[in-house]
Design a protein around this ligand. Structure first.
Ligand code: FUB
Length: 444
């Protein structure tokens, strides 16, 4: 069969062209959804779908709109590389409508020296094949026969048997032939899930248990839920939810699991950068714990995310771990430009006498002495920001006086105490009526 080489003109130029983020969401500057994460050669690769605002030639302005896929990779879950476009709707040979903008949730896996990228478009599922996880990927000439639907997941069992799972008249599971591009027999429908529309399946195996995980609507929006089995073909036992529906409105959620350096992680999405349009989503990561009996403990979404932030990089304290009970909140730096990120806002009234604070876990102060700290801050009437280590009563690291200004300023202060290694940073407003902080950064 003839294979089609994907032409990706600007791939090299697009590498690492968007800012990537150490907290949630992990990717800034572009929308990403439906993250399929895998560990290949000790490195984490994420294959998300790529939401875009609808262009002029797509008339469904209120719907999902996706034209291509990128892949991102990291070796610490903090610093991410964007490897650029790996598949574009314009070059999919079997796709009749090259402007269908229907490149929904994909997945990728490795077998026999090749990486197989599965992606849906217009209710069919195609495969593109590469020698490396970041491509270049070469298209198969046709979509997979017999696998109509969306949201493919490719699971490879310990004995090397590949299974394709997808959403099409319910969740379907089917063995693949060794060539990875043809179904091996008829698919089996997962019938053991209580009513609640299911899509976005992700199958994995841990300690001999097969997990079929999926978005599941219990009330208004998608939660994440799962079944378990002792075989990839079922029968399945419904086990309930492991993530609640989002508190702020994003109708979908879509996820994947990896084990990386001894810790399990959940990749999922939320519409953080697009609070008023939930078809423009962003990928997040949080840790997952399993109970003794193999059940999945509930995962609470955080904005702090995972990984350690270096003290000498911009610490985005608006991605806090804990927020004080009153007089502190987070908002966009520019409400008309969400990708500029968020800021923390501290304010006071004469009546409020308690500390006004937030905390940010896992800041690495390294092993060399640090001398100063800088804030990006806005304080129309001036104020003081105090930084402490490990608790509200912990050692004062620095006290930064912020002069009154109607502009953003970048005041600095000498450090009062030296820290080494990883600590929780506490940020308090100890003086002033209104101080905003974009980031905090230490220097040698
Ligand atoms: O991204 C489009 C669709 O939204 C996915 O295919 C579903 O899983 C849901 O996340």
């Amino acid at each position: 069969m003839k294979a089609f080489k994907i032409t990706v003109a600007a791939v090299a130029a697009m590498f690492a062209s968007v800012p990537l983020f150490a907290q949630n969401p992990i990717i800034k500057g572009t929308f990403t959804a439906d993250p399929s994460a895998h560990v290949f050669n000790g490195r984490v690769y994420v294959y998300p779908s790529h939401d875009i605002p609808a262009p002029a030639d797509y008339n469904r302005k209120d719907w999902f709109c996706m034209a291509d896929y990128h892949v991102y990779s990291s070796d610490d879950l903090v610093h991410w590389t964007d490897h650029g476009v790996i598949v574009d709707q314009a070059t999919v040979p079997w796709l009749g409508n090259k402007k269908s903008y229907s490149m929904w949730a994909p997945d990728c896996n490795y077998k026999n020296g090749k990486y197989y990228f599965y992606f849906p478009a217009n209710n069919a599922i195609g495969v593109a094949i590469a020698d490396k996880p970041e491509g270049p990927f070469v298209h198969q000439p046709t979509a997979i026969r017999g696998a109509g639907g969306i949201d493919p997941c490719i699971f490879i069992d310990d004995d090397g048997t590949p299974y394709l799972v997808w959403s099409g008249m319910g969740l379907q599971v089917c063995k693949l032939k060794d060539n990875m591009v043809e179904l091996d027999g008829a698919s089996s429908r997962v019938n053991d899930i209580p009513r609640g529309m299911t899509e976005g399946p992700f199958m994995f195996k841990r300690k001999g248990i097969y997990y079929m995980t999926f978005p599941w609507v219990e009330k208004e929006r998608e939660t994440l839920a799962y079944c378990t089995s002792d075989s990839p073909m079922g029968p399945w036992k419904f086990r309930g939810k492991f993530m609640e529906q989002s508190e702020t409105v994003c109708w979908t959620n879509h996820h994947s699991f990896i084990e990386f350096k001894g810790q399990w992680y959940l990749f999922y999405h939320h519409n953080d950068y697009s609070p008023y349009f939930d078809k423009n989503r962003s990928v997040c990561i949080d840790k997952v714990e399993f109970n003794e009996d193999g059940t999945i403990a509930m995962v609470k979404p955080t904005i702090r995310g995972v990984g350690v932030t270096k003290a000498t990089e911009e610490i985005q304290i608006d991605r806090y771990s804990q927020l004080g009970p009153e007089n502190v909140k987070v908002d966009f730096v520019h409400s008309d430009s969400p990708f500029d990120g968020w800021k923390a806002i501290f304010w006071n009234t004469t009546q409020y006498r308690q500390p006004i604070w937030l905390s940010y876990e896992r800041v690495d102060f390294g092993s060399k002495p640090l001398k100063s700290v800088q804030l990006r801050t806005y304080a129309p009437a001036g104020g003081t920001i105090q930084l402490r280590a490990d608790s509200l009563q912990g050692p004062v690291i620095a006290e930064v006086k912020v002069k009154d200004s109607m502009e953003w300023t970048m005041p600095t202060a000498e450090l009062r105490s030296q820290l080494q290694g990883v600590h929780t940073l506490y940020v308090l407003m100890t003086d002033g009526s209104h101080v905003e902080v974009d980031w905090v950064k230490f220097a040698e």
